[in-house]
Design a protein around this ligand. Structure first.
Ligand code: KG4
Ligand code: ZN
Length: 356
């Protein structure tokens, strides 16, 4: 059994987790997530400077709690991992320096992990996770991507959003509707009371220069503008804003777009399994619609437990353990951090000369 202590601080959650694996079973011994939502909500989004400072303040306590809850002593940990890219640089630096300091103090190997590979690895905690190759829809606050995952974690990006990520669209529309940050869970909550067929909102597509549309790509900024125009029109008429109906209609359109393009991509590429990960994968409407529509095409859908969809360190620990299973590796303590690193470049972290 290999035990990893993992740290995640790439955005606005300070998280430390202890995860182990033996054979193909991944086990969470503790997963403490200190959310900074309250600190950022009055600004309507994450303030990088505040986030980095809060990570610094919170991390000693989150670390202490994760160790206490796991009942595993730090001396018995095999590897210490942290997210090193992509994310907010000031935030990434806090987790990475904490992990590397612990490695020096306790003479442990360090492993740098790609945040999106962490999201992808959250599926390892679900029952019967699929064997590759499979198609992953990664939908978070910063990314909307379709990725084909191969047997040795080769990742090929087949589609992406050209503007806002799906989670970002939820957050921006949430703000337009006067809901609290983050918009995703707030919209999902009030959408339950709304009529999802009330408003016809656009399913935006990206034009292909050679004609037609890019089949696997996404655009959500036009949808957000359509919601803004709708609210302006209702205001102009002096009517009450039907918040729940707009939320439900918006949520339905986002889910339909994600489901349609993901299933088309899986069918075109002959992939029989779809994995949905990232914060937006917590959305009930999306989860149900994806399962229902995929089953009509004999495609199986795999979803992580809902509490592991949004940022957490357990998924970073699982990614580290998966990489170590593929081949033994230890990151240099000189490995830096980077705000950007596409997911199909994640393997470069484990090469002789990593990119930063
Ligand atoms: O993966 P995540 O925690 O952070 C990033 O790596 O970006 O995703 C956060 C995003 C936010 O935009 C949030 O609004 C969205 O996930 N989100 C949801 C739900 N829960 C979180 N969106 C829709 N429905 C939800 N239930
Ligand atoms: Zn994330």
């Amino acid at each position: 059994m290999l035990k990893v202590l993992a740290i995640e601080t790439s955005c606005d959650e300070t998280s430390v987790s202890i995860v182990s694996n033996s054979d193909d079973m991944y086990k969470i011994h503790s997963n403490i997530v200190a959310s900074q939502i309250q600190d950022h909500s009055k600004w309507g989004g994450v303030v990088p400077e505040i986030a980095a400072r809060r990570h610094l303040e919170l991390i000693p306590f989150v670390l202490e709690q994760a160790l206490a809850e796991s009942k595993i002593s730090i001396e018995d940990i095999d590897v210490i991992a942290s997210t090193v890219a992509p994310g907010l640089v000031g935030c990434l630096r806090v987790g990475s320096i904490t992990a590397r300091s612990l490695c020096t103090l306790y003479s442990k190997p360090f492993l740098g992990v790609h945040h999106l590979e962490g999201h992808l690895s959250s599926i390892l905690f679900s029952k019967n996770y699929p064997n590759p190759p499979f198609l992953t829809l990664l939908v978070s606050g910063g990314h909307t991507e379709l990725i084909k995952v191969g047997e040795r974690r080769e990742m090929q990006r087949l589609g992406r959003s050209f503007d806002d990520a799906a989670g970002e669209a939820f957050d921006k529309v949430g703000r337009l509707l006067g809901l609290s940050y983050p918009g995703g869970p707030a919209i999902a909550k009030i959408a339950k009371k709304g009529n999802a067929s009330k408003f016809n909102l656009p399913k935006c597509k990206i034009s292909n220069q050679e004609g037609g549309y890019l089949k696997y790509d996404f655009s959500f900024s036009g949808l957000k503008t359509a919601v803004l125009r709708l609210i302006e029109k209702i205001n102009l008429n002096g009517d009450k804003i039907p918040t729940s109906d707009i939320a439900a209609s918006f949520e339905r359109v986002v889910a339909e777009v994600l489901v349609e393009r993901t299933i088309n991509c899986a069918m075109d590429k002959g992939l029989e399994n779809i994995v949905v990960v990232g914060g937006v994968a917590a959305n009930d409407t999306l989860r149900k619609m994806m399962i229902r529509e995929a089953s009509k095409k004999s495609i199986k859908v795999h979803l992580p437990p809902q509490n592991l969809c949004t940022d957490n360190a357990a998924m970073i620990g699982a990614a580290a353990l998966f990489r170590l299973k593929l081949s033994p590796h230890e990151s240099s303590l000189k490995l830096g951090i980077s705000g950007r690193l596409p997911i199909d470049q994640a393997y470069t972290l484990y090469e002789k000369n990593p990119p930063f």
